[in-house]
Design a protein around this ligand. Sequence first.
Ligand SMILES: Nc1ncnc2c1ncn2[C@@H]1O[C@H](COP(=O)(O)OP(=O)(O)OP(=O)(O)O)[C@@H](O)[C@H]1O
Length: 926
Amino acid sequence: MSSVYGEEASQYGDDHGSVAHEEKEKIFVAVRLRPLNEREITCNDVSDWECINNTTIFYKNSMSERSLFPTACAYDRVFGYDCSTRQVYEEAAKGVALSVLSGINSSIFAYGQTSSGKTYTMSGITEYTLADIYDHICRNVDREFTLKFSAMEIYNEVVRDLLTPEDTPLRLLDDPERGTVVEKLTEITLKDWNHLKELLSVCEAQRKIGETALNEVSSRSHQILRLTVESTAKKFVGLNSSTLTAAVNFVDLAGSERASQTMSANVRLKEGSHINRSLLTLGTVIRKLSKKGNGHIPFRDSKLTRILQNSLGGNARTAIICTMSPAHSHVEQSRNTLLFATCAKNVITNAKVNVVMSEKALVKQLRKELARLEAELRSLSALAASGGSSEALKEKEDLIEKMSREIRELTQQRDLAQSRFHNFPSSGSWTELSSVSSPDKAQWLDDCAASEVSECVYPFRPDGVSAVSQYGRYGGLNSNKLGEQIPEPPEDQYLCDDTSPRLFIEKYFGPDPCKGWENSAQRTVQNLEDNCKEVQCVEVDSNTKSISSDKHSSPRKGDQESSFIDRDHNDKEPKQTSNLVVEHSSSSSSDTDSDSNNLPRSRSSEAIIINVPVSEGSEVIKENVDISSKSEEELSIKKIDIEEKPSQPELSADNVKLLSKEHNRSFTIEVKLKMSGEDCEKICAEEPKMSGEDSIKICAEGEVAKSVPEKQSGDNLVQDDEHTSKDLGNFAADSLNSENESELSPSRQWMEFEKQRQEIIELWNACNVPLVHRTYFFLLFKGDPTDSVYMEVELRRLSYLKNAFSLGAKVVKDGQIFSQAASLNALNREREMLSKLLLKKFSSKERDSLYEKRGIGLKTKKRRLQLCHQLWKDTKDMDHIKESAALISKLVGFEAQNEVPKEMFELNFSPGPKNLRSFSWKPRKA
Ligand SMILES: Nc1ncnc2c1ncn2[C@@H]1O[C@H](COP(=O)(O)OP(=O)(O)OP(=O)(O)O)[C@@H](O)[C@H]1O
């Protein structure tokens, strides 16, 4: 092994004869099964899974249940409960992790449900890797190594430094060269192995852990340990020669979990919801990456995926170890883990050798590649001249064409490098080059480059800055970069029946295996209880955040799957069109509404939401204006106009005019600019001109979203609620990329909450949701920022349910059929139950006053039931809703709601008489 590492210096830039390029390879996916633990054994749980060979895991219980899930699944490697962590390291992680010594970034992930053994596995792998790295360093005395260590955790979507005692949240920044970087993250240069071990124990002590029902020491955060390795051949140290630099990440993810199984409440439940949200984003990212032509990848939807972007389909080699409990009680979670693993198998990364090269080495590299291509071209031209079949000739011509192109590109690169070389100011050793006559310079360059190995190295720039390049050359990634064979996924081990692997996959997962995962996720949604209890099922994407009314209130046919899985419908929108739309959101005309709904709402557009005082009754002339022809100055002027002259919100003469009348009040204008990446850059470049309060959000490629905090009063907010909520939709879509939701101003959060609540109330009615559930929910969630996750869950499942009902679908839960008719019956039974409680909880005088208030004759039959039928009926009347909630809360004794933590809210509204009992408020035990 060491001899292979020892060769890394020769793996780029020397006699391989060509410029090295990136290598594509699939993520290495392994599955590790742990033994049943004491808890599982005590509960007489049985082991459902078995590794039948090195690559196949087998579900033993398939005969006793009818499940679409495959009986056996194959991965790059599977490890049974009797395998040691050492074995897991050697066979699944070592090859990838030690790539860092060859200048290739690498990442090892542990993924799996809570208490499945992620930390157990990952801490072992980290230690073995680091020991091997030190061992390698000791044996490679001819290279000088610098090791730097950093560690962070992502806890409740906040990034923390694990190497400092401070709890300060760290910000993520976008660096054009390095991608997402964590600002102010401590990076410590290691002194020796003991120093590293000390730091590892600091991290262990700092990491957030907590007790859950499944794991006494459950990791409640995602932990990323990062070791950066820089190495230079000792004889060139300080001589501005090439340096290999790469980082290895050890990622111990927090466990996916079911709130019901972990008995989560309070803090644990909140953690769980954050954990599950970020894991869901990770799953979405993996699923999208696993597809060909994958379109927009929502890396920015969570901090985890932002930070790990490179490790997921970027410049890194990656191995994922999926850990599983074999217990029958965890079968669903285990299947989810395997489906994640199946998708991950198809993700391709693009690892490169990261070489920081001197200018001279770069020139040398390019010259060699150019020479090689020219030689090949000559030989092909000669072949073509000597004749051959027309097909062969055509092929050769194509090849020649391709090579000529490459040569042209390389020549350009070489010229560029040379011109930089020539333009360096004279100093020291440069004099030597400038004294060489021009025609001889090229030869001189060659000689000089060739003499690098004989220590004739010249510092080209006095400041010592060297070119950063990713050229390099190394052996095939799938074969033996580290001298080990990385096994190809075996073709024939998917099955326990006679189906071929491909057919097997298609049979169970459909033509797109990852769809199986989606389908499974969809099935998960169908399970109402899980859908309610597992925050895991909350997919928060731009559209969820935007809470667009059409999405929730009128789900379309066939949307079931996509509504759960994939809302990136913006991917296909053209990005190049440029238009400017200004919308006066305080206008209340319905055509404005419909217009605004039809407006292009693309994430690729820039949304600037600005509040400026204007007069009530102002009108807006909406125009689509082609801004592609507009100059940068014009765009800037518009921005400056808005910024500097808020009282004259005329954006420009040729597009939008706001005609002011009467009373001053504030409102929201939204300017949507669709622009090219270049335009976006211009806008970004203008950021410093913005006021201190402004925040620029750089979205996916070529996108900018800028929000300006509001200055409007609460009164106006209420009035403008309905209309501004449309803008909010856009705003929220664009704020997808914001650091976190709390960036919405409180007033916007409130408006969003109000809009969601109204949608929920209507959906409750449409889905015959029990009145007690509505009451609890209504009284508990009053617009606190932390309520958003519950609101999203509620909206999602209600939309799903409404959709299912509208399609005549039945949802089966606990053997009960849950259809529209069944839910109505359940609702009516609940009304009867409430009518009995009316008798108990209200005096006859109180009841009479209630009847009178609602126009129910005091002598009519079934007065109580009539009253109960009226509750929660008028969904548009908030006073009515509040009264209904107050009445029911009194009936069922839900008056101490303010003292009950929201996290304890039972997100369940199953129908059926047996569930009626659960309507009385019973906080779950923490
Ligand atoms: N392969 C294994 N062999 C023996 N014991 C194991 C194995 N894997 C895990 N365990 C034990 O199971 C328990 C849970 O493991 P661990 O804490 O690593 O789970 P986890 O997946 O990291 O959980 P969480 O996500 O809650 O942090 C620990 O006591 C650990 O020692």
